[in-house]
Design a protein around this ligand. Structure first.
Ligand code: HEM
Length: 471
């Protein structure tokens, strides 16, 4: 019943397995091939358990965005892709109470909590960058260091000090994403009745959750004692994600295990996404030294006027543009906005999508399309700043703004609720880098990305050279 949607590769059941394998290992080529052939329309690519239909135009992205949740479902797509019942946990799928907290409370708190974010960034960079940086170039393993810094900074706001600096807690949160993604891939290989057993026996997840409980139980219990003794707004009550979750949780969600799973889930959504995004931007700056001076000029001027504040981060338009351009060209998801059709759906061009089909946006090819972005394959760090200059003070081209053409954070009601936090954190980190360091690669060559399934992953092993900023 997907006959109306052209396929990339063979539709023969045996040969489409070869295609399914290729879509794991060479997804970028496959998506680009589909996009080149069927641009403006839809095409399908085989997976081991079915087909994914990709949309390729802003008009179709808009229709995907508008489709009701009970027709094209974000949460059912995520449940299937991540095998949520056996990985993050059934409650995460059934009760997404953390999502409005991330979207509203976290975003509203960015201004008052900025001093904490800044403090953690400064402390984490000074721990991660070797001391010799004062007088010479020093090597910094980029991705590993970025993950440490982002995990610390994010968890300063999720669970506070001193836990955010605990090495075992950091290790747990940076590896939990891989536990979940690898675990989901394993569980997906089993028929439904064996999935719970596969989830328990063949993945690391229960061990990781237990490790998380060991870290968070004493904190949750202490906060609960204080609440009981001194009331809901006791003096010194931490203003962080854990407190917000504890306040919003019902009796079921308020257990130590369920609160721990919730914190792990927020970390799952936050750490690898933000770390890959920052690492790509760092690689772009290290290979394009011509951007250092104008970025530095902007950061120095804005900080001199407004200090290290959230408002200052918002004022740094060149920096915002540089981060957004990195994400446009090398965003983590070359396919985003996955939706599972729960009912039959028909796009306006007449394409019929039967219930049970996965639908997604071919984000990578769209972001590299010359008709959407001039010289789309060129890195133009100030592309969006220049557009904003031309168009006045509008916010449409800020890093956090989503459109039918710019979908790195998705688009519509499920667009990433953490993007305001992420953009603020990533800009504060990059502003710190340009104001304190010069950076480059040992051989001046940008490391190559790898593609796995629909993820674009920066070189995890590359080292960037840091040196104290020269006058
Ligand atoms: C650069 C960093 C990030 C990127 C690129 C990113 C990207 C995305 C994308 C593509 C989606 C799915 C949108 C859709 O399908 O329509 C999403 C959802 C989500 N993100 Fe992010 N994200 C980032 C950082 C964060 C952070 C820091 C948090 C939490 C603090 C977060 C929390 C979430 C949550 C909870 C959802 C699910 C929303 C829902 O269920 O409606 N993300 N993100």
């Amino acid at each position: 019943s997907l006959d109306g949607v052209p396929a990339v590769g063979s539709t023969n059941p045996i040969l489409s397995w070869v295609g399914a394998f290729q879509s794991l290992t060479d997804s970028r080529t496959i998506l680009q091939e589909g996009y080149n052939k069927y641009r403006g329309g839809l095409f399908r690519v085989p997976r081991f358990d079915g087909w994914t239909v990709y949309v390729t135009s802003p008009v179709l992205v808009e229709e995907l965005r508008k489709a009701p949740d009970d027709v094209l479902s974000f949460s059912e797509a995520t449940k299937k892709q991540l095998q949520i019942n056996y990985t993050l946990g059934r409650n995460i799928h059934e009760n997404g109470y953390h999502i409005p907290i991330v979207r509203s409370q976290l975003t509203r708190s960015l201004t008052p909590l900025f001093p904490d974010v800044r403090d953690e960034i400064v402390a984490a960079f000074s721990d991660v960058v070797p001391k010799g940086v004062e007088s010479d170039w020093v090597e910094v393993p980029a991705m590993e260091s970025v993950m440490q810094i982002i995990c610390r900074t994010s968890n300063r706001i999720f669970v506070g000090l001193p836990k955010c600096r605990d090495p075992d807690y950091i290790q747990l949160n940076t590896s939990f994403t891989l536990d979940v993604v690898a675990g989901a891939a394993i569980i997906n290989m089993f028929p439904d009745f064996l999935k719970p057993i596969a989830g328990r026996l063949l993945t690391n997840i229960s061990k990781s959750v237990q490790r998380g409980i060991n870290h968070l139980r004493p904190i949750i219990e202490e906060r609960r004692r204080n609440l009981n003794e001194y009331g809901p707004d006791y003096e010194g009550k931490p203003n962080d994600m854990l407190s917000w979750l504890m306040r919003a949780a019902d009796a079921t969600e308020g257990t130590v295990e369920n609160l721990t799973r919730r914190i792990l889930t927020v970390n799952f959504a936050a750490i690898h996404t933000s770390s890959t995004s920052f690492t790509q931007a760092l690689y772009n700056l290290a290979t394009r030294p011509e951007y250092a001076a104008p970025l530095r000029e902007e950061v120095d001027a804005v900080v001199a006027e407004m200090g290290w504040t959230k408002a200052a981060m918002q004022k740094m338009k060149k920096l915002d543009s540089f981060m957004k351009e990195s994400q446009r060209l090398e965003g983590l998801g070359i396919a985003v906005m996955g939706r599972l059709a729960l009912k039959d759906f028909v796009f306006s061009d007449g394409t019929f999508i039967p219930a049970g089909t996965m639908v997604s946006v071919a984000a990578g090819p769209m972001h590299h399309d010359d008709d959407v972005y001039a010289n789309a394959n060129e890195f133009d760090g100030f592309r969006f700043a220049n557009i904003r200059e031309e168009e006045g003070q509008g916010t449409k081209h800020q890093m956090v703004s989503t459109t039918t053409e710019y979908v790195s954070f998705g688009h519509g009601r499920h667009a990433c609720p953490g993007r305001f936090f992420a953009a603020n954190e990533l800009k504060a980190m990059m502003a710190h880098v340009v104001s304190l360091y010069d950076i480059r690669f040992p051989d001046n060559v940008r490391p190559v990305n790898t593609y796995f399934a629909t993820a674009c992953v920066p070189d995890m092993k590359a080292k960037v050279l840091f040196r104290k900023r020269q006058a």
